[in-house]
Write a protein that binds this ligand. Structure first.
Ligand code: C2E
Ligand code: MG
Ligand code: MG
Length: 452
């Protein structure tokens, strides 16, 4: 036997490893690098070519399979998906395995605006369950379509086809073309999340506005809700209703809420020093209350600002009680024992059911705007509102109505015995300096006071 020279062996090893790196180790199919190498040939093909990207399941569903049945089974699941797909493709078509759960094929088509028959077959074949080691598994397949365009390039084409596959989960056909508009929304969300850390670090992007909370019986302002504002250097004003839910999907919600607590408490100390003692309300996300030590951090923040816990209220939403509720309930209890008021925000907009309302760990129920804003003039239906207030009070909660926009709503809620309210009729959220002017100017009663 002739010995292979060392240099040749090293080169063969390198080639072998390079080839190995172009195949997926689970399915042995050509992988993403392989697809990228072949992309130019699709882009230069004479016939129009359609990319069909298939994702077998969303990440959450796949994690559930992993947790319940283990890693080896999960790999069998991916292999079973690959086999089923391969059987549905015309011969000679290469199936690429481009990420753990995603596969792509490039198909010549006659009409780049129509669903190719193969895509319809794939959606139909995966609509039910697939058998993996004799266990029926529900797939959540997504089928995304993107006509090949050389200008887009391989990596960007993969990304766009994946967006289409994700969008297809919201379409009854289970198939979706790449849609620039929905992608623009994804890209904006990504950009906002990428820019949020810099916003927290900068001194002029994030700020808090304060909306007065009024005692409806006396007309006095007993507190204010701190509401986040973001002035993005390039995108302008971004609503918290847009960026807070995004932050909640990531670890950024933790520092964001700490930023709010820190600034709101520091500001409340300044309100106090200016002769306006009040309770400042801070909004917490469900994630915050599921994190150990959130209660201690809030109380520490409060004492560092030189405030008593009675100067702070924490607002939480019904979602908090749905996720990891044991720790959340415990922390809300600890805060209440320490003297912090706790309010359930947007009551009536979520999972409310009558059996749980008695067990809400809160002092205050803030009735969602959707019950209050329709109250524009005498005769407007307030049946539900009356009964919600009466049940809440019967169970010992104080009630705060959100979204009071008219004199009629104000008077009606006061007459129904609702204790507190917030709304544009009395005051919009405003920067701290303006709130101080507003408080100084009005004394104890404001322009909205129906007694004036
Ligand atoms: P929310 O906590 O229920 O706050 C009340 C929202 O209703 C505020 O919107 C406020 O400006 C608005 N509002 C008050 N009175 C009226 C009214 O009479 N009519 C109408 N149409 N709207 C009224 P904003 O400031 O845009 O905040 C939206 C949501 O974003 C908040 O709802 C809250 O869920 C979230 N958010 C704001 N700041 C924070 C924060 O610091 N942390 C967290 N986790 N969420 C926040
Ligand atoms: Mg709130
Ligand atoms: Mg609310």
């Amino acid at each position: 036997m002739t010995a292979v020279p060392t240099a040749t062996r090293a080169r063969l090893n390198a080639e072998f490893l390079a080839q190995l790196g172009r195949y997926d180790h689970v399915t042995r199919l050509p992988n993403r690098l392989h697809f990228i190498d072949h992309f130019d040939s699709f882009a230069q093909a004479e016939r129009p070519t359609m990319l069909v990207l298939i994702t077998l399941a969303d990440a959450k569903h796949y994690n559930e399979i992993l947790r319940a049945l283990g890693m080896a089974f999960s790999e069998d699941f991916v292999r079973a998906g690959a086999d089923l797909l391969a059987g549905l493709l015309p011969s000679e078509t290469i199936l690429y395995h481009v990420s753990v759960l995603s596969f792509i094929v490039a198909l010549p088509v006659d009409d780049p605006d129509a669903f190719p028959a193969v895509a319809t077959h794939i959606a139909a074949a995966f609509a039910g369950v697939i058998e993996v080691n004799a266990i029926p598994i529900k797939t959540q397949v997504g089928v995304g379509l993107l006509p090949v365009d050389a200008r887009r390039g391989a990596a960007e084409s993969l990304r766009a086809a994946l967006v289409a596959a994700q969008d297809s989960r919201n379409d009854p056909s289970g198939i979706a073309f790449y849609n620039h508009k929905s992608d623009a929304a994804h890209l904006r969300a990504f950009r906002l999340l990428a820019d949020l850390p810099a916003a927290m670090a900068s001194s002029d992007q994030l700020s808090l506005h304060y909306q007065p909370r009024i005692d409806l019986q006396t007309g006095r302002c007993g507190g204010a809700e701190a509401l986040l504002r973001w002035n993005h250097p390039l995108l302008g004003t971004i609503s918290p209703a847009e960026f807070v839910p995004l932050a909640e999907q990531t670890a950024l919600i933790t520092p964001l809420t700490h930023w709010v607590m820190d600034h709101a408490m520091g500001q409340n100390r300044r309100f106090l020093d200016a002769g306006h003692p009040m309770r400042v309300s801070i909004n917490a996300s469900p994630v915050n209350l599921s994190e150990e030590g959130f209660d201690d951090a809030l109380l520490r923040n409060c004492s560092q600002a030189g405030l008593s816990p009675h100067h702070v209220e924490l607002e939480f939403t019904e979602g908090t009680l749905a996720t990891n509720s044991k720790r959340a309930v415990q922390q809300l209890g600890n805060l209440r024992s320490a003297g912090v008021d706790v309010a359930l925000d947007d009551f009536g907009s979520g999972y409310s059911n009558l059996s749980y309302i008695a067990h809400i760990p809160a002092d205050v129920l803030k009735i969602d705007q959707s019950f209050v804003r329709p109250l524009q003039a005498a005769g407007d239906d307030d049946f539900l509102l009356c009964h919600i207030i009466s049940i809440a009070q019967g169970l010992g909660f104080r009630v705060c109505a959100e979204g009071i926009e008219t004199a009629h709503a104000y008077a009606r809620l006061r007459d129904l015995g609702c204790e507190e309210g917030q709304g544009y009729f009395m005051a919009r959220p405003m920067p701290a300096d303006r709130l101080l002017d507003w408080l100084d100017a009005r004394g104890t009663a404001g322009p909205y006071s129906l007694h004036n």
